[in-house]
Write a protein that binds this ligand. Structure first.
Ligand SMILES: O=c1ccn([C@@H]2O[C@H](COP(=O)(O)OP(=O)(O)O[C@H]3O[C@H](CO)[C@@H](O)[C@H](O)[C@H]3O)[C@@H](O)[C@H]2O)c(=O)[nH]1
Length: 470
């Protein structure tokens, strides 16, 4: 069902020159990443109206702040049958939405076109929604497939068919995780086990894996494929994908885009910044596994024990429910001696930019990796799912700006080693990290590579020509 807010009804009465539909992938940090993109586009083209399709709950949070007259939120159904009881199966909620996403999107477009009185002239959708290729063709308009992560994961998915075909021989022998794949352009030497699940390992029949394979097969039909990265980070991958896709455009990282273009209020409800103000420079481990993931309880215990034993000051963003797995008395002890702070949410970008942070312990979600690079903070990665494995491989093996936890899981010994290593290096700062941070900032600055690519994207989406920034 598609709904409208009161404010929306008022905005609809305005006269717009064009109408662009944005389909968010309504899980984890994807809607917020796609709204950032919509805001950049909306501010570059103020006479164009954007209808933004997302779940009700997420729209309510994302659109709590007013100020974006030309982005109108539309709520879509989550596809979950009435009275359904969730059993905690993997990707259960995602599968319900994937089953209805095309129907909801088509219905959404009809409703928004009627409301606004203007046909949609471009589809800007999460790349997962490959069905938009058919919609755009029928509507004779451009399909812009947005990849909210890095070139490494997109590349791995793009070559799914080739990897499956070539790795059939590899998989038969020994431990498949360890097999080296040397035929993906720009990803030489990666192990099968470092590729996102659903390509050759994991459940290849799942709706999500099938969706990603269809995305890969259809992506060359897109008019543009913008990604949330900067081309200097992955020149070889960018070259390879640019030769296969139309307008493959690195337009990020979005966390460094100037505040005027995507303003957002910084909320520090749990006083993380003032706590960090009292810590020594480069001394604190910031721990966070993204917006949805949690560690298995036994690893959470190992990590907590290692923090206490090494007396490493830490700020840990973790959902309240998971804190019940902490070792006995852990919270009381760290609060009493002041070595740590545990919060259900932290203003991560501001935290990472704080001088007290020495390392980021992360799951390797793309936004977290980008934010760490943008702040020049080294990472200890413990990937959990999806692209996090390949992102973490890049962090350690290609960019040299962090390490993966030895053995893939937190143990007291592996965590101690990782802390010792990272804190000894950070005394004279990782030079590679400093260089990447600098390049990332230059890419999004006026006339930088990402700024330039974004102007091309604005022209594709809105038809409005963007001039070089003076
Ligand atoms: O206390 C917190 C926790 C998270 N965040 C923010 O939440 C986002 C988390 O994003 P990300 O690191 O990408 O993790 P996920 O939310 O897990 O993101 C999903 O989407 C990403 C982009 O496609 C993928 O790379 C991930 O694997 C996938 O899980 C970041 O912007 C963080 O700054 C906060 O601000 N405060």
């Amino acid at each position: 069902m598609i709904t409208q807010s009161k404010q929306q009804k008022m905005e609809i009465t305005r006269k717009w020159e064009k109408h662009v539909a944005v389909f968010a992938f309504p899980f984890a940090s994807h809607p917020s990443s796609q709204l950032k993109l919509a805001r950049r586009l909306a501010s570059a083209a103020p006479t164009v109206v954007f209808s933004f399709f997302n779940f009700t709950k997420s729209n309510r949070v994302l659109f709590a702040e007013p100020g974006w007259d030309n982005i109108l939120p539309y709520d879509v159904s989550d596809g979950v049958p009435k009275d359904h009881v969730f059993e905690g199966k993997p990707q259960e909620d995602m599968n319900f939405y994937l089953a209805v996403a095309e129907e909801e999107s088509r219905r959404g477009v009809r409703v928004a076109e009627k409301d606004i009185g203007l046909k949609v002239s471009c589809l800007v959708v999460h790349a997962f929604f490959w069905f938009a290729a058919d919609m755009a063709e029928e509507m004779k308009i451009p399909w812009v497939a947005y990849w909210s992560a890095g070139a490494c994961s997109l590349s791995a998915h793009f070559y799914t068919d080739l990897i499956r075909q070539k790795s059939a021989q590899l998989i038969g022998s020994g431990e498949p995780n360890e097999e080296i794949v040397d035929f993906i352009p720009g990803l030489k030497g990666v192990r099968l086990g470092d590729l996102p699940s659903g390509i050759v390992l994991g459940n290849l029949e799942s709706l999500f894996a099938v969706t990603l394979q269809k995305m890969a097969r259809n992506l060359a039909r897109a008019t543009a494929v913008p990604i949330n990265s900067f081309q200097e980070l992955d020149p070889d991958l960018t070259k390879s994908l640019s030769s296969k896709l139309h307008n493959f455009l690195n337009i990020g990282p979005s966390n460094l885009i100037s505040k005027e273009k995507t303003p957002q209020k910084v909320v520090d409800e749990y006083s993380c910044i003032s706590w960090l103000d009292h810590q020594k420079p480069s001394s604190v481990a910031y721990i966070c596994f993204g917006s949805v993931f949690t560690l298995p309880p036994h690893e959470l215990v190992e990590l907590a024990n290692a923090l206490e034993e090494t007396k490493t000051p830490f700020l840990w963003s973790i959902n309240k429910d998971s804190t019940k797995h902490f070792p006995n008395g852990f919270l009381e002890r760290i609060t009493a001696n002041g070595t740590g702070k545990v919060v259900p949410w932290a203003p991560q970008v501001q935290v990472l930019n704080h001088v007290a942070i020495g390392v980021f312990v992360t799951h390797g979600g793309w936004n977290s990796v980008s934010e760490s690079i943008g702040s020049g903070v080294p990472m200890i990665c413990r990937p959990i799912l999806g692209d996090q494995h390949i992102n973490s491989w890049m962090v350690e093996r290609v960019w040299g700006i962090g390490s993966r936890i030895e053995g893939g899981n937190f143990t007291k010994r592996a965590t101690r080693c990782a802390f010792e290593q990272v804190f000894s290096v950070s005394k004279n700062r990782n030079k590679r990290l400093e260089a990447l941070k600098d390049v990332a900032h230059k890419a999004v600055a006026p006339n930088g590579s990402s700024d330039h690519n974004f102007k091309t994207l604005v022209e594709v989406v809105t038809g409005v020509t963007q001039h070089p920034t003076t």
